[in-house]
Design a protein around this ligand. Structure first.
Ligand SMILES: NC(=O)C1=CN([C@@H]2O[C@H](COP(=O)(O)OP(=O)(O)OC[C@H]3O[C@@H](n4cnc5c(N)ncnc54)[C@H](O)[C@@H]3O)[C@@H](O)[C@H]2O)C=CC1
Ligand SMILES: O=C([O-])CC(=O)C(=O)O
Length: 326
């Protein structure tokens, strides 16, 4: 049983994610923090008849410290979201500082907690979180991840839609790389069970996975970006960690992480030429226990990989520079 803290809990992702966590029998206590409304969201959730207790905190009265004390998992969807015409990188200016501030408090209050970064641009905010924890001497590579689960969910969903398959959950399609545009690399050639896509379908579905976020940003027309599907994806990832830390074995999720700190990761990073990359990761009682190579690629995927790595390198160094500059 684990105490989970959600930072940015009053937001459009934070609220439905907190609802899903309130439903989980593996969560003993839920602690919600936001610069606005978190106590209200907590009271609202406390009217639900599940055993976990929810508390809400604002920045005053040491609220962040109280929210983090004793947390085993901290999930962070705090910060600003995209509006039409913006890239995820446009969020860096505000969200980089938000992540650095929140992770600094994690370093001093619950340094052993899992830290899961949802806030965009994930390609850069995860390196900021890692460097901030390193700076404070409490970085544990097995426990700090960028959440890219939505890309994995989109890949199986969009292929199922393209092929008129009934249940997207029946498909396992690895998605590796980063979490924006060309850095997202769905590996349809490794689908289990195998799928046959025409070149046109493959191109269209690859584009949808890479730029699926834009579909929602445009459709919401200024009201935000992916929220409920992200809450679902975030919950799936937190739940995998909860299950793995409770002793369930064989749990593998793709997640964006600093590879050199994980068994098998150093070799993968050296081969790719970049230290941060989403790959399939086996989760265990202590966090990530093994990183798996991205496997054999089709010629089409190999070309996309080169573009992904190139773009990702810039995003990573922007985050690292920000976190190490002070
Ligand atoms: N990793 C992924 O796959 C995805 C990531 N996102 C990202 O998640 C983030 C949140 O998105 P939404 O919930 O839609 O935004 P939102 O604006 O609805 O919610 C963000 C919340 O963060 C709070 N906040 C801002 N600064 C804070 C601070 N310093 N401490 C604590 N709370 C703070 C705000 O008050 C707000 O309640 C965005 O950066 C968005 O781009 C969105 C979808 C998918
Ligand atoms: O597109 C956005 O800004 C939100 C996001 O990360 C996604 O939907 O994948």
């Amino acid at each position: 049983m684990t105490k989970v803290a959600v930072l940015g809990a009053a937001g459009q992702i934070g609220s439905p994610l907190s609802l899903l966590l309130k439903m989980s029998p593996l969560v003993s206590e839920l602690s919600l923090y936001d610069i606005v409304h978190a106590p209200g969201v907590a009271i609202d959730l406390n009217h639900i008849d599940t055993p976990s207790k929810v508390s809400g905190f604002l920045p005053d009265n040491d609220g962040l410290k109280k929210a983090l004390t004793g947390a085993g998992i901290v999930v962070i969807p705090a910060g600003i979201a995209r509006k039409p015409g913006m890239t995820r990188d446009d969020l860096f200016k505000i969200n980089a500082g938000v992540i650095r501030g929140l992770v600094t408090s994690i370093a001093s209050t619950c340094p052993n907690a899992f830290v899961l970064i949802i806030t965009n641009p994930v390609n850069s905010t995860l390196p900021i979180a890692v460097e901030t924890l390193k700076k404070h001497g409490v970085y544990n590579a097995a426990k700090v991840f960028g959440v890219t689960t939505l890309d994995v969910i989109r890949a199986s969903t969009f292929v199922s839609q393209a092929l008129n398959l009934h249940d997207p959950k029946g498909l396992k399609i690895p998605v590796v790389g980063g979490h924006s545009g060309a850095t997202i690399l769905p590996l349809f050639s490794q689908s289990k069970p195998a799928v046959t896509l025409t070149h046109e379908q493959r191109d269209a579905v690859t584009y949808r996975v890479q730029f699926g976020g834009d579909e929602i940003v445009q459709a919401k027309a200024g009201a935000g970006s992916a929220t409920t599907c992200m809450a679902y994806a975030g919950f799936r990832f937190v739940n995998s960690i909860l299950k793995a830390t409770s002793g369930e074995i064989g749990i593998i999720e793709e997640t964006y992480l600093y590879l050199p700190g994980i068994l098998g990761g150093k070799e993968i990073a050296a081969e790719l030429g970049v230290d941060y990359f989403a790959v399939p990761v086996e989760l265990g009682r202590t966090g990530a226990v093994k990183a798996y190579p991205i496997g054999s690629l089709s010629g089409y995927e190999a070309k996309l990989l080169k573009v992904a790595v190139q773009e990702l390198k810039g995003n990573v160094s922007k985050g690292v520079q920000f976190a190490t500059a002070l």
